[in-house]
Design a protein around this ligand. Structure first.
Ligand code: UD1
Ligand code: CA
Length: 458
């Protein structure tokens, strides 16, 4: 029989030390709320269901995770970790299975570690298996107590005697527990301790008498690092960056300076991509094989094609760049920009909601908004699509093989046919037919022998 595996993530605490209006588990780590990390790690370990126990800022947490595969139990008063878990009883139900219990503020826990914990638990006859570690400094953690080699309890730092405080193996706050035994055990826990709280750790003592308790040791202690303040948040983020960038390097990505590159967890990068220093890749960005991302570029929720070249300091948001296109330096692609194969968007060019077909060149100083530009067309320096009358947005359509002279204003809605030419400096307000020249600038006149004004004496 396959038993149900449920993750219960404790996230009702206040997070006072964050000194923030924002609930602790919503603070972003590499662009994603803290809580999403233990949630994804549990999913990665194959749990069927994830329940988050929320309290402080609970409504905000629910709103932030709307639509996610996650349900919420509310603990309105924070009476301790056992009480928190018990709040999930109704949602989880009384079916047989295993509960994986973890903290919402421990973001570095790996799916493999949780799988190993579940595995170790399910291949034993124990009631509880907890994840322990031996840190450099055990201060503040609950200590594991063994008798004749068996785990018989966990004693909190504040309740421990001097001898117990010398113990070095501690509780990480991550457990695999039999269901429905858990509920019965929790209901028998009291609050007779230094903090007057219902301690989840008391299930160890109960389990020891009713089928057994045990522990497996964490290999990389950083995984259990809790985030209680913004210094720890920054440190956890740095470790997560190291982890992500390290995995990417091993998969074939070159980083010019891995310590300064920011790659968020949902980003995917193909082999033979080169990432410059201070690059930021955010959201669901995808980078194709052999692409180059130049120094200081910021790319969010965008797709960059194979062998595309993003030159330094380009900013790209919700846009798509086709293979072998060249962008930047200092280009700005905004939502809905689609740049075709081998197209070129050069310095100080802004593109929004526009399709630039294959081989289009817009090399300098332009604004292209709400437009479609046909294959091979050349957009001269300083070309502006005047798409906005202060109220409505209009479209500019430019055909294939057209040539737009420098410093032209294309007042939308307007159409420029295939192979048409627009003279430099023109203000185009009506259609230029295919193959025609549209020019609308004042005719030049020269006045011979012109005397420049001179400075008057006295
Ligand atoms: C807990 C363990 C301790 C372990 C340590 C690891 C207990 C009694 N002790 O102590 O053995 O070494 O974690 O970090 O469990 N929470 C709620 N509701 C509550 C209380 C807590 O949701 O009423 C949540 C917190 O938001 C947090 C987690 O549970 O995410 C752990 O609570 P915390 O108070 O930090 O426990 P510790 O004192 O660190
Ligand atoms: Ca804690």
């Amino acid at each position: 029989m396959i038993k149900k595996r449920v993750a219960i993530i404790l996230a009702a605490g206040k997070g006072t030390r964050m000194r923030s209006r924002l609930t602790k588990v919503l603070h972003p780590l590499l662009g994603r709320p803290l809580l999403s990390y233990p949630m994804d790690a549990s999913r990665g370990a194959g749990v069927d269901e994830v329940v988050a126990v929320v309290g402080h800022g609970g409504d905000d947490v629910k709103a932030a995770f709307e639509g996610a595969a996650l349900s919420f139990a509310t603990q309105s008063e924070q009476l301790g970790t056992a009480h928190a878990v018990l709040s999930a009883k109704e949602l989880v139900g009384s079916a047989a299975g295993v509960a994986l219990i973890l903290s919402g503020d421990v973001p570095l826990i790996r799916p493999d570690t949780l799988s190993a914990l579940l595995e170790a638990h399910q291949s034993s006859s124990r009631r509880v298996t907890l994840l322990s570690m031996v840190p450099d400094d055990p201060t503040g953690y609950g200590r594991l107590i063994y008798e004749n080699g068996s785990l018989v309890g966990v004693v909190e730092e504040r309740d421990a005697n001097e001898k117990e405080r010398e113990l070095t193996e501690v509780n990480t706050g991550t457990y695999a527990v039999d269901l429905p035994w858990l509920w019965d055990a929790l209901e028998r826990i009291g609050r007779d301790n230094e903090q007057g709280e219902y301690y989840l750790t008391d299930i160890i003592g109960i389990a020891a008498k009713e089928g057994g308790a045990g522990a497996i040791k964490l290999k990389d202690n950083d995984e259990a690092m809790g985030v209680n303040d913004r210094v720890q948040l920054a440190r956890a983020q740095m470790l997560m960056r190291e982890r992500i960038n390290g995995e990417l390097m091993l998969s074939g990505v070159t980083f010019e300076d891995p310590s300064s590159a920011w790659v968020e967890p949902m980003v995917t990068i193909a082999p033979d991509v080169t990432i410059g220093s201070n690059v930021k890749l955010c959201g669901a960005t995808k980078i194709g094989e052999g692409a180059t991302i130049g120094q200081g570029s910021v790319i969010t929720d965008s797709a960059i094609g194979e062998a595309a070249e993003i030159k330094p300091y380009s900013v790209i948001l919700e846009a798509a760049v086709s293979p072998s296109a060249k962008i930047g330096p200092f280009a700005h692609l905004r939502p809905g920009a689609r740049v075709g194969e081998e197209a070129r968007v050069g310095n100080f060019v802004e593109v929004k909601n526009s399709i630039l077909h294959k081989g289009v060149k817009a090399s300098h100083l332009s604004y292209l908004g709400d437009s479609e530009i046909g294959e091979g067309t050349n957009i001269g320096a300083g070309t502006i699509t005047c798409n906005y009358d202060g109220f409505n947005k209009f479209k500019t359509n430019i055909g294939q093989g057209a040539f737009i002279g420098s410093n032209s204003s294309l007042v939308a809605p307007v159409e420029i046919g295939d192979g048409a030419t627009v003279g430099a400096g023109s203000i185009i307000t009506s259609k230029v037919e295919a193959g025609a020249l549209g020019v609308s600038r004042a005719k030049q006149r020269n006045i011979p022998g012109w005397k420049r004004p001179v400075k008057r004496e006295g």
